[in-house]
Design a protein around this ligand. Sequence first.
Ligand code: 0A1
Ligand code: ZN
Length: 881
Amino acid sequence: MRTESGRIVHLADYRPTDFVLERVDLTFELDPTETKCTSRMLLHRRDGAAPDAPLVLDGDELTMSALLFDGMPMDAERFTEENDVLTIRDLPETDSFEITVETVINPEANTQLMGLYRTNGIYCTQCEAEGFRRITYFYDRPDVLCVYTVNIIADRQSCPLLLSNGNFLGGAGYGEGKHFAAWFDPHPKPSYLFALVAGDLGVVEDTFTTMSGREVALKIYVEHGKEPRATYAMDALKRSMKWDEEVFGREYDLDIFMVVAVSDFNMGAMENKGLNVFNDKYVLADPETATDADYANIEAIIAHEYFHNWTGNRITCRDWFQLCLKEGLTVYRDHEFSADQRSRAVKRIAEVRHLKSEQFPEDAGPLAHPVRPTKYREINNFYTTTVYEKGAEVTRMIATILGPDLFKAGMDLYFERHDGDAATVEDFVKCFEDASGRDLTQFSLWYHQAGTPLVSVSSSYDQANAAFTLSLEQIVPPTPGQAAKDPMHIPLCFGLLLPDGTEARPTSISGAEVAGDVLHLTERSQTVTFGGVPARPVVTLNRGFSAPVNLHFEQAPADLAHIARHDPDLFARWQALNDIALPSLVEAARSARSGADIAVNSLLTDTLIAIAGDETLEPAFRAQVLALPSESDIARELGSNNDPDAIRVGREAVLAFVAGEGASLFASLSDLHRTKVSFTPDADSAGRRALRNAALAYLTIAEDRPAQAAQASAAADNMTDLSAALTLLAHRFPEAPETQAALETFRARFAENALVLDKWFAIQATIPGEAALGRVQHLMQSPHFNASNPNRVRALVGTFAFSNPTGFNRADGEGYRFLASQILEIDPKNPQLAARILTSMRSWRSLEAVRREHALNALRRIAAGEKLSADVSDIVERMLN
Ligand code: 0A1
Ligand code: ZN
């Protein structure tokens, strides 16, 4: 672990390095416990740097075995190695010189999974954000770009495969059962994009011909025997490459593109130049083992990492404060890709659901930070949903404000102007200003002000003058370190629906800039009047979720139902239903808390059932409609003093009511006797499965017995249906013999497939109620569990803490005490993993008093832990502040 855990890095302190790194040659002699890394760096003093400025290089827990200057051992008085920093003095004022650093690394002992480590016998690296400094002393910062040559020497038998970035130069025998390979990456890159993989893996191969006619070799490496499960990833890769050419004009730039799947990985995947490393969860799929959601994730993440080749690699970040420059933009690009490959509206609904359930709570709690922060203690903790997902929304808003043509012109300018640069958010925004002539100064507040804006709306209609008026007011709530906020530029897509379901075409508009269907809210409060509106319209605001805001607009349920049935924008229809459902669910939770009877609004049920049964609508959309707001959506809406048990009781009552009212529809939609068609993972088929499984859930609730779900589980011929049925059984009838039998059948059938057993862990970790903790603790003793594999820990401990509101937030505080022990246990091995799981407690202040007190005590216990990592202490301290 790094020792400078108290150090805070400030954006304002950025300055370039004193030396320019021209090139680096790396040689690795791989060994499980004693790998030797020799790094030869060619450097010269930067113009304008002080003539006596030393060379200061970053390290992290390194053992340096040699240090040379122009090939000769360096005099001991010319350098110091202190606090993970190597400082070298008395260096030439103008001439280039060579520094050679030799380090010895123990990959086997590297449980942090940062730097060079071993996973299932494979050598593998992870260098973003600051992992390269765990390999050698280096300018380990994204604004230092240079070309890399990499030589890898390893045992031929255990490591037939030796991979690094760029193009393969050649290889040969190396005596004593060893061999070597050399790679050269012609594209200057920062150290975080370096990668090395060595081991014995199987491969799936293909080729892609780029738009200029170059043939690129494509290779996906997986464990032997798993090759057939990598074909979908390959297909997704080729579609991504084509799409980036067609939509963004971006062509791939090396002769080879490789993906390696590994089973120990802290995140989803990593975009190392030409050599992406993936968590195997996001590569491997077949109908027997992967759900439709898995397929969609694989497609999105393959695309995401590939798209980084331009947005991240060709144009990288000047410093880590600019992380959203590559991440927000690349998420926006992968969202657009998936929308083009699938149903755009359904994709948008899923994105917004995710944004609201993950990013909105972050923005409303102690971990809130701007999309472009100005300080951090541990950069690993800033790979957040705010940087990624809100960052993507900010990019989307630029596209909404400028329109497709000017947005494209801005992107083209960005690629042209900054190719090869380490750029900033300001550089990016400037390209859109220059391409469009529009001033984006106020808009840029989206990068700098944290917190989800609240837009309050009221409306009135003046029949005599055929005028419709909207009054809008925006408030950006205070967040840590930012008490007062300026008004933002909020682009709201909208429509005025007339009683016959058509849209009004106003003849005049005053009070705000309205361009096409976008209303630009730029002041704290604004009144907008539309003339020539022949009848009182129903306004649909924030269509497509054009701005990531909370809307407070008390529309009559009948108006919302009108939108839900008639809006031309499918997203708006879903949103309207949500706006009908959420207040009912909140009310139900309140009633449950106070012991009052729970009443269910029949308008909600009627509209829901009408849409679910509407054959003209795509099944995936109808499935989204049937998935009512979750328990955590309700908690967020309630805001404070939350009792997860009451929320659940209230929501269950609403579900039961809907299930009863729609029983016959759900019986026919769940269609248990359908004729089988062979599985394909396309979006349409996935949508049909989603609708059927949603209906089955309601049917099971209505019947209140496990028979149908047990039958579905036995009949399932794909993982989507099987896991849906098993989830129903486990969550609704945890103790039923049918459930126990189905769980055991599943376990036995997939005992050799750890990724599938992660689903088995997750399903059981999310069984609602008090008993969940005991189950999780019991499962941790299972031979299938492995406390040092991040996927296993996330599937069991992470899923319990993040996705089981009643089980985790037990009134007696046992859930929090368990989490505290887990964090203290995981932290010394893998601080990143510990810190990430700890963020599950980010909304602890919105709990009712008894739980809040228990949560506080658990956090205090973590904070008092001995030798906490910078990762965990950063998170816990921010949560307690
Ligand atoms: N850049 C990657 C995310 C990533 C970040 C840090 C990592 O270190 C453990 C790994 C991956 C992405 O956006 O996909
Ligand atoms: Zn990314």
